[in-house]
Design a protein around this ligand. Structure first.
Ligand SMILES: Cc1cc2nc3c(=O)[nH]c(=O)nc-3n(C[C@H](O)[C@H](O)[C@H](O)COP(=O)(O)O)c2cc1C
Length: 740
């Protein structure tokens, strides 16, 4: 391993690097910036914005924010507390951040209407509170040729130069070069066996399998220690010998000395050994902040097996006290369920073998200092390396630059060092992309390609990314259907189970290296068995404020547009509205639902008839034109609309690569075309100031749908121009997009 180069502690030279990130890009950049700052001898603190108090900003000499924009110009979820504090009214005109010097790098996508809004909002507020910008802000754009790197990489170089220029290093101190290894940021240590069992100083390896003649042997006590921790994960000796047994067909109860029984630890296992490497990760739960217990009740595939996509309808019972259930009910129809996926046992085993970690894999770890996002075990027991690799670290993520850079320090093979460093040289971005992102190569696969790499255990938290939770829109709503207040004897329960459902499209694909791939969470969900208990989190979805308080919002008509699993939040909303039918009653609803085939992915088709006042226009993009053109709704087909030549700006959907009117006429139905096709009906509803909800994949669809609405408003003379139409949508309509 390379020699350590320790940054010098320089008085007053400190930097906080705070990130707001949904999918990890901002976090990766924050990690890189921290590395750069440490090499310039800054004392650093890098974390999610939410883990930082406002007053902490005053304690460091410089603050760098790396923040992406999500939703429709929204702040990422892990910044919301920080942002709420920053916006408190009583801070107005206080100049409370007068001593703070900051820089902002925003990440966004100029395909969205509110490009980099999170960074812009943050910048404005920090300046309002008296903070000063010590380096110019930049807005990286996913749309550029090299994605966010096109702006970020040159910005980083300029930023580094500015730091050295404005805050020079003390005389005699030089920046630490990139090819020298910095000390780890986090502290991980395998608990020494002697510390676990201090009385056992005379224990020797020969005692390992001989506790019959040495009843207090180290191995016996050590095994029992692990056994108590988690019956499913015995010590490494057990694993090694189980695989030996499977290979040789010999029994574990063999004699290793005359008349001494080799009492194998696997005798104590509660399950058959060969089950332990089947695809199901152990159900060990993590102490997720605000997490709740959910029990899987059902996990059914809703698309036929011959359909390209496996879509799951999964229901859970949440367990909590009355107060908790009431809180959840308040937001149920407009909430997201966060799931924390785990790695597969065979992948973990594979990594342990590759890294030669078998001898320590099942020993408890001491983590004096760990990343905020790395949640410990819920049962309070110390995590082992195998635990961390199973539940916390994303060993099948696509390797990022930080990972590859660090890895070069942990191989003794000079060819591997050269190859790894080559990836990161300026000009080799495409090569790196072709090796990693394009084929969606995983960290585990990369490590197989570089067999000389042996990562020391104390580096794992610095090196491997942490598993991110995945959010799923809840697809059921309403109060009465969800709360079971009585147990089977009719008595009131202390704990109220509450049913919560999601619709999850599993990500499975073939890449250019022709290996079938599965997302981490998809693989986890696919194997999730009814009866499994897991820790989840439930939180309001972003559009909630617009639609609540109930039932006010529900008195307005609804125009819902969904594609694919985007139907999930809309089903929840419709169920919520149905709750109020008896009272104030919801307005009429129109649903435009886009999918491929009527018989394959028309989710919840059989349910729509039960909603009063709902008209559904399904749009099947891959079905042949219906021989019977009558729509499945009681409304008469429109008579006034005629396809127009693509003359006006409003009709240039083709520019977006989406279906044109001609394609529509050939039977390719897309939601945006159908909206235009139903212009009269949509316009009538638009005049009533409806709630418009657009859910599904981000990108072209929401843009095309908004254009279709503008098209309708102009064609049907609700407004005169597109600009007026935009104002109509802003002011007269509640327009909510939930896309991902
Ligand atoms: C669902 C979704 C919504 C987004 N909304 C916006 C947006 O409103 N404005 C914008 O500039 N970028 C938007 N983006 C682009 C992200 O900001 C960009 O991909 C960024 O690199 C993500 O960084 P992160 O991984 O740190 O979250 C959106 C991306 C997604 C997936």
């Amino acid at each position: 391993m390379a020699q350590l180069a320790t940054p010098v502690v320089v008085e007053g030279r400190s930097m906080a690097i705070l990130y707001g990130s949904e999918t990890g890009n901002a976090e990766e950049i924050a990690i890189e910036l921290e590395d750069m700052a440490r090499r310039l001898h800054y004392q650093t603190k890098m974390d999610e914005m939410d883990s930082f108090k406002l007053s902490d900003l005053l304690k460091v000499s410089l603050v760098v924010f790396v923040i992406s924009t999500t939703g429709q110009g929204d702040m990422p979820a892990n910044t919301l507390n920080f942002w709420r504090n920053l916006r408190r009214e009583k801070l107005n005109n206080s100049n409370c951040l007068g001593s703070v010097k900051f820089a902002i790098l925003g990440l966004g996508d100029s395909g969205y209407r509110k490009f980099n809004w999170a960074a812009r909002k943050l910048l404005v507020r920090l300046l309002q509170l008296g903070a000063s910008e010590f380096f110019r802000a930049a807005e990286a754009d996913e749309r550029h040729n090299n994605g966010i790197d096109s702006i970020y990489l040159p910005w980083k170089e300029e930023f580094k130069a500015a730091l050295l220029d404005k805050y020079p290093l003390p005389q005699g101190t030089e920046p630490i070069p990139d090819d020298q290894l910095l000390p780890p940021k986090y502290s991980v240590q395998v608990t020494p066996v002697m510390e676990l069992f201090p009385a056992d100083t005379s224990a020797t390896k020969s005692a390992l399998y001989s506790h019959i003649d040495n009843p207090a042997s180290l191995s016996q006590r050590r095994f029992e220690h692990y056994e108590r921790q988690d019956a499913k994960f015995p010590s490494w000796e057990a694993r090694e010998d189980v695989s030996w047994e499977l290979r040789t067909g010999k029994s574990v109860d063999t004699l290793d000395k005359n008349n001494v029984l080799k009492d194998h630890p696997s005798k104590y296992l509660l399950e058959k050994p060969d089950q332990r490497f089947e695809g199901i990760p152990p159900p060990t739960r993590l102490a997720v902040p605000q997490g709740v217990t959910a029990e899987v009740m059902d996990n059914s595939r809703v698309t036929p097996v011959d359909h390209w996509q496996d879509v799951r309808h999964i229901s859970f019972d949440l367990h909590g006290d009355e107060q908790f259930i009431k809180r959840v009910v308040q937001m149920l129809g407009q909430s997201v369920l966060s799931i924390y996926p785990k790695n597969q046992p065979e992948d973990v085993h594979d990594l342990i073998s590759l890294m030669d970690w078998a001898s320590v894999a099942d020993q408890p770890l001491e983590m004096a200092f760990r990343p905020t996002r790395l949640f410990p075990r819920l049962d309070g027991k110390p995590s082992t390396l195998r635990d961390i690799l199973t539940h916390n670290l994303d060993i099948t993520a696509i390797p990022k630059r930080n990972f590859v850079r660090e890895l070069a320090f942990f191989t003794t093979n000079p060819d591997e060092v050269e190859r790894l460093r080559e990836f990161l040289l300026p000009g080799n971005e495409q090569e790196f992309y072709d090796y990693t992102s394009r084929p969606r190569r995983t960290i585990l696969e990369l490590l197989h390609d570089f067999p000389g790499v042996k990562v020391p255990v104390d580096r794992i938290l610095d090196l491997f990314p942490i598993i991110r939770h995945r959010d799923f829109s809840v697809c059921n709503g309403g109060v009465s259907v969800n709360v079971a207040e009585y147990d089977s004897d009719g008595g009131v329960r202390d704990v109220y189970p509450m049913r919560i459902e999601i619709l999850a499209a599993l990500v499975e694909y073939k890449t250019i290296i022709r290996k079938p791939r599965q997302g981490l969470c998809s693989r986890y969900l696919k194997n999730l068995q009814p009866g499994t208990h897991l820790t989840v989190r439930i939180s309001p979805s972003r559009g909630r404020n617009v639609l609540l308080p109930r039932p006010l919002g529900f008195e307005r008509p609804l125009i819902a547009v969904a594609t694919g699993t985007g139907i999930a939040p809309i089903r929840a909303l419709l169920q919520e509205r149905a709750e109020y039918e008896e009272g104030s009653g919801p307005g009429d609803s129109l649903l435009f639902f886009g999918c491929r085939n009527k018989r394959k992915d028309y989710h919840f088709a059989e349910e729509w008839q039960w909603f009063r006042g709902l008209t559904v226009y399904p749009c099947f993009s891959r079905d042949a034109p219906d021989p019977d053109p009558s729509p499945p709704s009681p409304l008469p087909p429109p008579t006034t609309w005629q396809p127009q030549p693509a003359k006006t700006e409003l009709e240039e959907d083709v520019e977006f690569g989406i279906a044109s009117d001609e394609e529509y006429d050939r039977g390719k139905k897309y939601v945006q075309n159908e909206i235009k096709h139903r212009a009269k009906e949509v316009a009538e509803m638009m005049k009533k100031g409806p709630i418009v909800v657009v859910c599904g994949s981000a990108g072209k669809m929401p843009v095309a749908v908004r254009r279709a609405f503008l098209n309708v408003l102009v064609r049907e003379a609700v407004v005169k121009t597109r600009e007026e139409g935009e104002m109509w949508l802003e002011q007269r309509v509640v327009y909510w997009e939930d896309t991902w």
